[in-house]
Design a protein around this ligand. Structure first.
Ligand code: GLN
Length: 210
């Protein structure tokens, strides 16, 4: 274990968090993380992954981000980063990119989570909507979630687990070890609880928990 990671569980304070900045709403995540007191790196080159403790893959257009992942040589480095046990979170398009199975994506994403995701699942009339959700691991009341042309998580296979559902049972968040996928956009509502939960998902901290 290196000095940085042994610091994590003794001092939970400022981490260096990367936000994949190829396309999408990476700036909004940056603002949340900086408000929380963390350092942020906008990740545009694979070698920058070596500098960070955790990574967020933002919402945007998953076909565009997938294309840029491939053309910038990110696919394998991102898979390797996911395998380090450091926290990785895909929001909306980011969740699509983490899934091993996606309906209707014209090229491969990162393909590391045992979930099946259905893109643009909510149809025209409900293109965008908000809902108050219970998320496993989040306390002190429901989490206000904003969905924008959101995917739904059609299937979750062990060791992945569903951690949040809409009232009708539709899965909108899943976790698999250090990996987190949400259909919605927690960076848009000023509620930082999910960002805080995400930063506890690393293997180092999980091992430290009895
Ligand atoms: N509809 C987009 C896609 O399929 C995702 C939308 C979003 O990230 N808000 O990539």
């Amino acid at each position: 274990m290196d000095v940085m990671s042994s610091n994590h569980h003794t001092h939970p304070g400022p981490l260096t968090v990367g936000v994949l900045a190829l396309q999408g709403d990476f700036r909004e995540h940056r603002e949340v993380l900086e408000t929380m007191g963390h350092h942020v790196r906008e990740i545009r080159k694979p070698e920058q992954l070596a500098e960070i403790d955790a990574l967020i893959i933002p919402g945007g257009e998953s076909t565009t981000i997938a294309r840029l992942i491939l053309s910038n040589g990110f696919q394998q480095p991102l898979r390797e980063f996911c395998a380090t046990g450091k926290p990785v979170w895909g929001t909306c398009a980011g969740a699509i990119l983490l899934a091993k199975d996606v309906d209707n994506l014209d090229r491969p994403g990162i393909e590391v989570m045992d979930i099946t995701v259905h893109r643009n699942a909510f149809g025209r009339q409900v293109d965008s909507f908000e809902a108050d959700l219970d998320v496993r691991g989040i306390e002190d009341g429901p989490f206000r979630a904003v969905f924008i042309r959101a995917p739904l998580i059609r299937e979750v296979r062990a060791p992945a687990e569903a951690i949040c559902r809409l009232e009708d049972g539709t899965i909108v968040a899943a976790r698999e070890g250090n990996l987190l996928a949400t259909s919605f956009h927690p960076e848009l509502t000023g509620d930082h609880r999910l960002h805080a939960l995400f930063l506890t998902l690393g293997r180092t901290r999980a091992e430290a928990t009895p």
